[in-house]
Design a protein around this ligand. Structure first.
Ligand SMILES: [Zn+2]
Length: 299
């Protein structure tokens, strides 16, 4: 899983190759996500699904009747239907944005984001949008506004395969260039599409807070989710610095303290957990002797 960080040959500031990393992966599991569904308008999640199914059928019919776009046409999506899932989605993702892992719940409403955009596709102006997935649970995830609006994803959905344009088309043939947090092969520990960048000052490991794409999909995701915006990089770096300081302190305390710190820092529910894990792994690789001595043979 880990890339081995090269130590600098001199005291100048070097850019490391980074530790392999990933975005937050959350398995798509209806029972886990919606097991505690609670909403004033729907008695049960099953009732919501029935409503969503009817609403999807209404959108498909509307599209059939509006196959030739006219000025003023607007897909009649009912935001309240998919919006009813927001609380479950936020809870399942620990109050974090599915793309950038920022905790947004205390300061913003956040969006119920459509991975495949419902109203149009920036990369294909003639595409009608994935209207038939407007209420599809596997297409919905929580997002902060910064990832989803402005310079963020909006209606982008680049692919390298064959574009699906209607409900019966094969989505798996699309080969999306944007990483999907529900897909382990995209965002799990072995995905390898991204890495966080660390530097050295002498022998000292420094966090930059920046993330880079290793693959085309990784690079596209960094760009379109706007994952290197300044405020996000600063916040990410802050968490990484805290993690490295905690490990350094624990290593000088006791093996138990180091083991406890390691476990705590690998907690998935914390803000920027993936970046923190990468920092821990980079620190371990860069302080292997120190780590092994503290843990009397390693963990
Ligand atoms: Zn975000």
């Amino acid at each position: 899983m880990l890339d081995v960080l090269r130590k600098p040959r001199d005291s100048s500031k070097n850019v490391s190759p980074g530790a392999s990393c990933y975005m937050l992966h959350r398995k798509f599991d209806l029972a886990l996500i919606y097991g505690f569904f609670n909403h004033d308008k729907y008695a049960t999640f099953q009732e919501w699904r029935e409503v969503a199914k009817l609403a999807t059928g209404a959108l498909v019919t509307w599209k059939e009747l509006h196959s030739v776009p006219k000025q003023g046409d607007s897909l009649p999506v009912e935001t309240a239907i998919y919006g009813a899932l927001k609380e479950c989605l936020k809870t399942y993702f620990w109050g974090k944005c599915a793309y950038c892992e920022s905790e947004f719940d205390s300061v913003a409403w956040g969006d119920v984001e459509h991975y495949r955009p419902k109203r149009g596709v920036t990369e294909d102006p003639n595409h009608p949008g994935y209207y038939w997935l407007a209420y599809s649970e596997s297409n919905l995830m929580p997002s902060c506004q910064r990832c989803n609006q402005g310079k963020g994803k909006r209606n982008h959905f680049p692919i390298s395969g064959i574009r699906a344009t209607q409900p019966d088309d094969n989505l798996s043939a699309e080969k999306p260039l944007l990483l999907n947090p529900y897909e382990e092969s995209d965002c799990g520990t072995g995905a390898g599409h991204l890495h966080y960048v660390f530097e050295f000052s002498g022998w000292e490991l420094l966090s930059t807070g920046r993330v880079e794409g290793v693959t085309e999909r990784g690079r596209t995701s960094v760009e379109l989710y706007d994952l290197n915006r300044r405020s996000l990089v600063n916040q990410r770096r802050k968490h990484q610095v805290q993690a490295i300081n905690a490990l350094r302190l624990a290593a000088n305390t006791s093996p138990t303290a180091l083991a406890d710190a390691w476990t705590m820092l690998f907690s998935a529910d914390q803000e920027h957990a993936s970046a923190v894990r990468a920092a821990c792994s980079a620190w371990k690789a860069n302080h292997k002797g120190e780590f092994d001595r503290a843990t009397a043979g390693g963990t």
